[in-house]
Design a protein around this ligand. Structure first.
Ligand code: INI
Length: 154
């Protein structure tokens, strides 16, 4: 038996957790995620958006929403851009492991849509320019994972 999620319209509510830091980028990721959900049949009244100060704050909120039992999936959106110090490594590392842990703790798909870039230009390219829109991709991933989780035994 092979289990695989499909891209049919998923049931349930979706939460987006979006960081305000690097808002110019994260707003475009949010636009992409909403577009993908809408095109997969998830109406806006089934989507909640929670804004947090920065990517570092995403995991605790994602975990709380995930554990609430109200959502089929949580999509985390942020953008961490490398600076002159090692601050980037701490924020990006905490956001990455924290989001992974939130998914494990909640038992629902908690999707990693946080850009970790060396430059603002790289981020622009991943937020709707040359390299697609990672927010859109994160939402498509959420749809697949919600449909997969529904099929899995147990
Ligand atoms: N938060 C980001 O989302 N992206 C960044 O690039 C960033 N940098 O570079 O500092 C950033 N910092 C803020 C951080 O997420 C927290 O909000 C802050 O440290 C308070 O906990």
């Amino acid at each position: 038996m092979i289990y695989e999620g499909d891209f049919s319209s998923p049931a349930g509510r979706f939460a987006l957790v979006a960081a305000r830091f690097n808002a110019v980028i994260v707003e475009q990721l949010t636009v992409g995620a909403l577009d993908a959900l809408k095109r997969h049949g998830v109406a806006e009244d089934r989507i909640d958006i929670v804004k947090v100060p920065g990517s570092f704050e995403i995991p605790v909120v994602a975990q709380k929403l995930g554990k609430s039992g109200k959502y089929a999936a949580v999509i985390c959106l942020g953008c961490v851009i490398r600076g002159d110090t090692d601050h980037y490594d701490h924020v990006a590392g905490s956001a990455t492991s924290g989001i992974a842990n939130a998914g494990l703790a909640a038992g629902i798909p908690v999707i990693f849509g946080v850009l970790t870039c060396d430059t603002l230009e790289q981020a622009v390219h991943r937020a709707g320019a040359k390299a697609g829109n990672k927010g859109f991709e994160a939402a498509v991933c959420a749809v697949e994972m919600v449909n997969l989780m529904k099929k899995l035994p147990g």
